[in-house]
Each structure stands twice: as C-alpha cells, then as structure tokens.
Design a protein around this ligand. Structure first.
Ligand code: BGC
Length: 448
C-alpha cells in the first residue's frame, strides 16, 4: 500500500471547483419536482407531456455519458469540463426562457447532456488530481456536491412555490454554472492525462503542486499514467473484462436499488404513507435531502479510513433491511405505520449516502487503465443513467402490479443481490495506486 501523502490546499481547491459540476447535476435533476406543477398549469400540459419533460433529462444524460467518455480521452479532462460548463449555461437559459413546450424539452435534453458529461468528467478529474491516501474523500466531494444540489433544489422550489415562479426555480442554476466556467480557468489539466499525451514536464510540475513530499514524483507519475492513450480494441480486451463488469455492475446497483424513487417521488411516497397535507410532505422531503447530505459527510470521513468495501457491505445490508421494514409499514395505514414508513425511508437514504452514493462513482474512477479510463467510465455511467431512466419510469406501474409493500420488498431483494455482487466482484481500492488496482484486475482476468 502506498504511503499516505500530504495533499496541498491546492488539491482541495481544484476538487471544489470541479465539484460545482456535481452541484449542477444534483440541482438540475431535482428542481423539476417543484416546478412541474406550475409548468403544467402555464402550458396546460397533459400527464404524458409532463412525463416527457421530466424524463428527457435522463435521456440527455445517458447520451452525454457516452460522449463524455470519448471527449475526456480525446481533448482532456479539463477542456471537456470547460465546454460542458458552456453547455450548461445554454441549457439553463433555454429552459428558463421557454415559452413553448418544445423549448422546454430541447432545453432539458441539453441540460441532461451536460449532466451526463459532468457525471463522468468530475470524478475522473478529481481522482487523477488526488493521492491514493485521500482519493476517496476528495472524489466523494463530488457526491457531496450532488446532495447539496438536490437539497438546494428542494429549498428553492419551496421558496418560490407560493408565487409559482418556475423560471426562477430553473434560473438560479445560472449562478453555479457561471462559477464553474470561471473557476475552470484557475485549475490545471491532470498530470496523468498530460503525461499520457507526452507532456511529462508539465505533468511533473502539476504533480508537485498538488502533493507535498513528492520527492519521487517521476515514480509517482509512472504509477498513474500510461505511455499513450489506448485504443477501442484495448477497451474490449479480455484482460479488462473483470474491471468492466465491476464498474458496470456497481453503477447498475446504485440505481436499481431504488434511490431515485425516493429522490424524485419523495412527496408521493410520504402521501402514500399517510401524510395528507402537501406542506408536510414537502417538509418531510426536505428532511430526506438533509439526511442525504449529512450522511454523505460521514462517508467522506470514513471512506479512506475503513475502505470502500466495508461501507458498501454495511450500506447494502442497511438499505435492504430498511426497504423490508418500509414494505411492512405500507401493509396498513395507521399513525404507527406512518411513523415506521417515514423512519425507514430516512434510514434507507442514510445507508445509501454512506455507501452506493459516493462509492459507486469512486470505484469507477479508480479501476480503469489511464489510456482508456474515460471511455471505460463512459460505458459504466451509460448503464447508470439507463437504469435511472428505467427505474423512474416504472415505479408507479410497479406499485400497480406488486402493490406498495411488494414494490419495496422487490427493491430490498435487489439490494441483497447487490450485496452478493459487491462481495464477489469489487476489490478494496483504499490507499492503492491506480496501477496496483489494475494489476489486481489483470490477474483476475488471467485466472478466468
Ligand atoms: C446518484 C443519483 C442520486 C443521488 C442521490 C447519486 O450518486 O447517481 O442518481 O439521485 O446520488 O444523492
């Protein structure tokens, strides 16, 4: 295991700037929940039109994830982020000034596209700017920013709800988008990417800036870069298969264990649990946002200490148990079962926030070889957004088919499959250099 390096304030600074991308991801996926009621009124939207407006952002994101993978490998991590911040500005502007449903749909596809790209480029960028001893917490700042974005969206929606100003609900996102655009001029390209493009001198200079004690910077750089960018053939080579399976699997389980039915449908679930007043349901939803945020801080503190795998294991057991109890709470609606439902929903979110939330993004940014990292992550993140789309679209239908309790027990069962997958397929990556992690997977592929 690599010796714990000290990181500089500069590393934290670059991570915070990049993580504004995460904030835009969280905010723009969630702000619609409060805005849709007023959009529906202003544009006289049918249920189908509302569903389209809500879900197109996810379609944009899954396309964005693919592009993001290619772009980050081709033009670099930082340039990709810079271009994407402009795409965000365009998307937000179109949505906030829309006076027709077509503009809304187009604007949200563009926003989704930008979200898909940052969901890949931000963890990738931060991972390559971090030393192995702090990589977990630094990359997870992105997840923390996502949860802040979600919480902010809930608060802003609540604030503007009395006047129904949906344009302001969307427009506020211009502030972080501008900050990201400006901030990117103050942060460098990653040393790993520069070295792989042949600019070793600049790579070493940046490495020295982001880590203290790098007396052996050449050796460190060697461990984190490759001689050149890899080919598509390398991406689908047998030796990469276990890592591809691990990344795709963890991304899929992050979504199919149901987190976004809570994030997107929380007020609805609270109403199903017997909270009748809309205001109470919205307040309880903010509670979800707060818990999600606070428990992510706990994850940041633990992730480089106890490691990724223990968090995933405890988290998945906790999520499945909470979902099981939630299902019991839904068997009948009394005061007592309402309380059970609300408490178990909160514990479910807490367990997600210390496990699959941050760890899924982290693992996929750590396990792929430098030369094809962006594209390999693109495949895993494409799977993430595809499953997000399917789960969000099928939730209400699933309730019709399996009933409320049956639906949550179904997700609990998936959580147990996730547990099995993590135990079998995910290695511990805490404190390891990229090359050590890749060697583990290579050896695994050779054994198969
Ligand atoms: C997931 C999102 C989810 C969010 C909740 C992220 O890691 O990718 O789909 O909405 O966590 O905090």
């Amino acid at each position: 295991m690599a010796k714990k390096q000290k990181f500089t304030g500069f590393t934290l600074f670059v991570a915070l700037i990049a993580a504004i991308g995460g904030l835009l991801f969280g905010y723009n996926t969630s702000a619609i929940s409060g805005a849709i009621l007023f959009l529906a009124k202003d544009f006289n939207l049918s249920t189908i039109a509302q569903e389209v407006i809500i879900s197109v952002i996810l379609i944009g994101a899954l396309v964005g994830a693919c592009f993001g993978g290619i772009l980050t490998d081709r033009i670099g991590r930082k340039t990709t982020l810079l271009l994407t911040s402009i795409v965000f500005l365009i998307g937000i502007f179109i949505v906030m000034t829309a006076d027709h449903i077509t503009a809304l749909v187009v604007g949200r596809i563009i926003l989704g596209f930008a979200i898909g790209i940052v969901s890949l480029a931000v963890p990738l960028y931060i991972a390559e700017m971090s030393d192995p001893g702090h990589r977990g917490a630094l990359v997870s700042i992105n997840q923390l920013a996502i949860t802040i974005g979600i919480l902010l969206a809930y608060v802003v929606d609540y604030f503007y709800a009395p006047t129904g100003e949906w344009r302001s609900m969307f427009g506020i996102a211009l502030i972080p988008a501008v900050l990201l655009f400006i901030g990117l001029f103050f942060i460098p390209e990653t040393p790993s990417y520069l070295a792989s493009k042949g600019d070793k001198k600049k790579a070493l200079k940046i490495l020295k800036k982001i880590e203290v004690n790098t007396s052996k910077s050449e050796v460190v750089l060697e461990k984190r870069s490759s001689k050149k960018m890899g080919s598509w053939k390398q991406l689908f080579h047998k030796s990469l298969r276990p890592a591809l399976i691990a990344g795709i699997g963890i991304s899929i389980f992050q979504q199919i264990t149901g987190i976004n039915i809570v994030i997107y449908y929380a007020p609805k679930i609270f109403q199903l649990a017997g909270i009748e007043s809309a205001t109470s349901a919205i307040l309880a939803t903010m509670g979800v946002g707060v818990i999600n945020f606070l428990m992510t801080i706990v994850a940041l503190w633990l992730i480089d200490m106890v490691g990724r795998k223990p968090l995933l294991i405890v988290g998945l057991i906790g999520m499945s148990l909470s979902l099981g109890v939630l299902g019991i709470g839904f068997l009948e609606t009394t005061k007592a079962t309402s309380v059970i439902s609300i408490v178990s929903l909160m514990t479910y979110v807490s367990f997600f926030a210390i496990s699959l939330g941050p760890v899924a993004w982290l693992i996929i940014s750590e396990i792929y070889p430098m030369g094809i990292r962006g594209r390999a992550m693109g495949i895993a993140i494409f799977a993430n957004w595809t499953c997000n789309y399917i789960i969000s679209l099928t939730f209400l239908t699933l309730i019709d088919f399996l009933g409320k309790s049956g639906t949550f027990w179904f997700y609990a069962l998936i959580g147990l499959f996730g547990l099995w997958f993590v135990i079998k397929k995910i290695p511990e990556t805490k404190g390891k250099e990229f090359k050590e992690i890749q060697n583990y997977f290579k050896k695994k592929a050779a054994k198969n």
